[in-house]
Design a protein around this ligand. Structure first.
Ligand code: ASP
Length: 312
């Protein structure tokens, strides 16, 4: 059985105001990433290679909050996190707070496969990636005009809200958020399972803040014979619930099926006041894509004939 699932970020996109062009762009790019990852699996490639391939496509696409088009931190910089997990070897690699690595997911894989460490941060992560021969860019490479405008508009909305709060009036300026963290899980022909994620985090995040995305067990986890899970949403909640690991643990120790385990973990996040979504596949290649926000760009495909591409 071959199986792959992807997310392009859970969040409260507004169906009434999202342009048909952007809706179509989401569907086109996530389907393209899915098919490129699936082609790796069909050619006998590993789940790790499929996950990296699919995420690279999404890092390059500007409509997602990863690589080019990423959200900006409080200093107006794209500060990126990515992580990958190999469910066969139980190895993981990750980078956090990087400003110059063109494809953070490839740096995560490099760290997993070429160093004894799991996670590198900031300039040190960049040095490891550079030594590994990965492509480095200026931070401007990641910043699109659209994201810069949303960042500036967000600053104004925040100032207006602070002013309104101070003067006891209400502010009508709605802050638009950047959504679109990306992730992928895959099952290869040898039964190998893998999970990965890449993000710019949350718009206007304080510099140095790291969410669940690159953290093994929180943002992603995989174990051959059990399943693979990747998360998106308000990262602090996924870290505190160790969401991806909790899902696999429920399946492994309590015998829960994929749907029951994922829905229970998402419910535990909701109970704490957090929102988001998850993508998961089990060892039989079944796919589950739950979310508690208004939207999650998502896609899934397996060799049993399933093919899903959805936004809402
Ligand atoms: N989970 C990511 C973070 O908290 C954001 C997202 O998935 O949209 O950094």
């Amino acid at each position: 059985m071959l199986s792959i699932a992807l997310h392009g970020g859970a969040g409260d996109r507004n169906r009434a105001t999202l342009s048909p062009e952007r809706d179509a762009e989401y569907r086109r790019t996530i389907a393209d990433a899915m098919d490129r990852g699936y082609a790796v699996l069909e050619a006998g490639g590993s789940s790790v290679e499929a996950v990296e391939t699919a995420i690279m496509v999404l890092e390059d696409a500007t409509c997602y909050n990863s690589g080019r088009g990423a959200a900006l931190n409080s200093e107006g910089k794209a500060e990126l996190d990515a992580g990958i997990f190999n469910g066969t070897t139980m190895q993981s690699g990750a980078v956090a707070g990087v400003l110059r690595i063109q494809r953070p997911i490839s740096a995560a894989r490099y760290i997993m496969e070429h160093t004894p460490q799991v996670l590198f941060i900031g300039a040190h992560a960049e040095a490891v990636a550079e030594r590994g021969g990965l492509t480095m860019v200026n931070n401007d490479y990641f910043i699109t005009d659209e994201v810069r405008e949303l960042y500036e508009a967000g600053l104004k909305a925040r100032a207006a809200a602070a002013h309104a709060a101070a003067s006891g009036t209400s502010s009508s300026t709605e802050e638009k958020v950047i959504l679109g963290t990306v992730g992928c899980v895959a099952l290869d022909a040898r039964g190998g399972m893998a999970a990965g994620n890449s993000t710019g985090g949350i718009m206007h995040k304080p510099a140095g803040r790291v969410g669940d995305t690159p953290l093994a067990g929180a943002g992603m986890y995989a174990m051959d014979g059990v399943g693979a899970v990747a998360c998106t949403g308000h990262g602090e909640y996924f870290v505190r619930t160790v969401a991806a690991h909790d899902t696999i643990a429920r399946m492994r120790y309590a015998g829960a099926d994929l749907v029951t385990a994922m829905d229970a973990v998402l419910a535990s996040i909701t109970a704490l006041g957090g929102r988001g979504g998850m993508i998961g596949i089990d060892a039989t290649g079944s796919i589950h894509l739950p979310f508690s926000t208004s939207s999650m760009v998502r896609a899934g495909r397996n060799s049993a004939g399933v093919r899903v591409v959805e936004v809402w």
